[in-house]
Design a protein around this ligand. Structure first.
Ligand code: SAM
Length: 385
């Protein structure tokens, strides 16, 4: 009787599938037949039992993956979205091509307090004026302001894009937006003098320590304890704030947020949402179950009130959907999808005032704080109208 093919595979490293022209090759096993010693394998295929933290992380993952799989199934079943995803590819490539000014480095030199930025603001004088050919044209007036670039709230209060010039580079500031560029040590200066000028929605994407951000030298990271000093309560509006915090999938970090960070900030945890990352063809950017490289990130949501409040305070608000999944194609390294608008429905206040902390870009109506909020605002990132 012929020997089973699997036994042959153990010896030779070659498996021929029955009634098929496919052959599976274990290269290391094939090469090992040429030596008396054994070659090292690149990937360890031997699995060890998960430790306690890894078991907890795995448990969280198993709970989350159900929602992720359902969301992904919905995407794959939607031809319209898939078709438009494929057409977005050119935009992503163009984004990555441009070169950035390093505001982080500039902010640390001794001349930093002397750097100024000139902001050209465009006001709508009167909305329309009759032109010679009988049509109507749009009239704008321009005002230029030169203000300190660092440790200063730079505001575009107009209802038009403003253009800001710094070191011969042009930056676009969206309507009714502002930025405050500083190190964490100066964030106190962002706290509004009147508490009814505080924020109702605060999105935070901290530079958590992780080997990948450091290895790629994309931005400086900080140990967890630094984030305990963020003045979330003082930044919150008197009506309260919805706080949305991006976290990595590390169990140690999740425990830190739940047990130390949220309690220190005065944030009551309410829900978790997920960002599932896909490629332009709709497939996941990686295996959903790969332990250290999950193709998703988590957003933890909670409410922060200046004074202690009873649960009724939350009940007046639209309930935050737990386990909601956002799907998008990732852009530049660590760049998060713009979920602010989707969260506004759950923020206290009729017209929520919004802030993004550790921001690298600006949004209309928002205040952006971090050591490089102009990072993605260079005019090279925009098409001319
Ligand atoms: N949410 C951003 C996006 O979607 O592009 C990414 C933010 S990234 C995770 C963290 C940001 O924090 C980086 O821009 C980094 O330069 C900034 N950062 C690091 N250390 C800082 C510090 N000490 N003070 C202020 N910002 C800092």
């Amino acid at each position: 009787m012929a020997e089973p093919e699997i036994n042959n595979f153990e010896k030779t490293g070659v498996y021929r599938f029955e009634n098929s022209n496919a052959v599976f090759i274990d290269s290391v096993r094939v090469l090992n037949r040429h030596y008396s010693r054994k070659r090292k394998r690149k990937d360890k295929t031997t699995s060890r039992p998960l430790n306690e933290k890894e078991q907890l992380a795995n448990q969280r993952h198993l709970e989350a993956r159900v929602f992720m799989l359902k969301a992904h199934e919905d995407l794959l079943g939607n031809c319209d979205v898939l078709e438009s995803l494929r057409n977005l590819r050119g935009d992503e490539a163009a984004e990555e091509a441009s070169v950035e000014q390093s505001f982080v480095e500039l902010g640390t030199v001794w001349q930093a307090p002397m750097y100024e930025i000139t902001v050209n603001l465009y006001y709508n004088e009167c909305l329309t004026k009759e032109s010679q050919n009988g049509g109507f044209s749009h009239i704008q007036s321009c005002e230029s302001k030169t203000v300190p670039l660092f440790d200063n709230l730079v505001v575009n209060e107009t209802s038009n894009d403003a253009e800001a010039i710094f070191l011969n580079n042009k930056y676009i500031l969206p309507k009714e937006s502002s930025f405050f560029m500083s190190d964490l040590g100066k964030i106190q200066n962002l706290i509004p003098a009147e508490s009814d000028r505080g924020f109702n929605l605060i999105v935070i994407d901290p530079p958590w320590e992780n080997s990948s951000a450091r290895q790629k030298l994309k931005y400086q990271t900080l140990p967890n304890r630094f984030f305990l000093s963020l003045p979330i309560k003082q930044l919150s509006h008197t009506e309260g704030a919805l706080v949305a915090l991006w976290v990595t999938n590390r169990e140690k970090l999740r425990a830190f947020v739940e047990n130390e960070l949220f309690p220190k900030w005065g944030v009551k945890y309410m829900a978790t949402m997920y960002w599932l990352k896909v490629k332009a063809d709709g497939s996941l950017i990686g295996d959903l179950d790969l332990f250290h490289h999950r193709p998703y990130e988590c957003l933890l949501l909670g409410y922060c009130y200046k004074e202690a409040v009873n649960c009724d305070r939350y009940s007046g608000l639209k309930p935050i959907p737990d386990n909601q999944v956002f799907i998008s194609v990732p852009g530049d390294y660590s760049r998060k999808p713009p979920i602010g608008e989707l969260l506004m429905d759950y923020a206290p206040g009729l017209e929520p005032r919004c802030a993004e902390l550790f921001s690298r870009e600006m949004l209309a109506g928002w205040t952006s704080w971090g050591n490089e909020p102009l990072h993605f605002q260079a005019s090279s990132h925009f098409n001319y109208l």
